[in-house]
Write a protein that binds this ligand. Structure first.
Ligand code: FES
Length: 145
């Protein structure tokens, strides 16, 4: 059975210039619309780790990096490519000069958080069909391309 596409206008091309990511919502579905050198992609905008908005992250080619723990997802497939990164770089140095008891407690707190986060699975992201009609960007929130 062939699925019927149901594209919805989510933005104008001018609102998503090359290299940009834009958060849009279609009903309850949060979507990140991305322009990679004139090609548009649409990927879920709640990270497969802990729901941060990917649209607030960074973009390198077709790889989007989550702003929260740096998980990376491929826009073309939604696949998790790497991450999350759960250790804070430079944490010990941040507390140089603090009393040992403070360093120890803060270290324990962050280690505990990282232990819990290691148990959280990170899922691939949904991707959505997207097309450009004139100056409009349209997304089908119901399906994969
Ligand atoms: S919320 Fe995105 S990597 Fe943790």
């Amino acid at each position: 059975m062939k699925r019927t596409m149901s594209f919805v206008k989510v933005a104008t091309a001018g609102e998503v210039p090359a290299g940009a990511m834009k958060h849009v919502e279609i009903g309850e579905t949060e979507i990140c619309v991305v322009n990679v050198n004139g090609t548009f992609y649409a990927i879920g905008d709640r990270c497969g780790h802990e729901n941060a908005r990917l649209s607030r992250g960074s973009l390198t080619g077709t790889i989007v990096t989550c702003p929260m723990h740096a998980s990376q997802f491929d826009l073309t497939s939604g696949k998790l490519m790497s991450g999350p990164v759960l250790e804070l770089e430079g944490l010990k140095e941040m507390f140089t000069g603090c009393p040992e008891k403070v360093k120890e407690k803060v270290g324990q707190m962050f280690a505990g958080i990282a232990d819990e986060q290691r148990l959280i699975k990170t899922y691939d992201m949904p991707i959505y069909p997207v097309k450009k009609e004139g100056s409009d960007i349209l997304v089908d929130p119901k399906g994969t391309p």
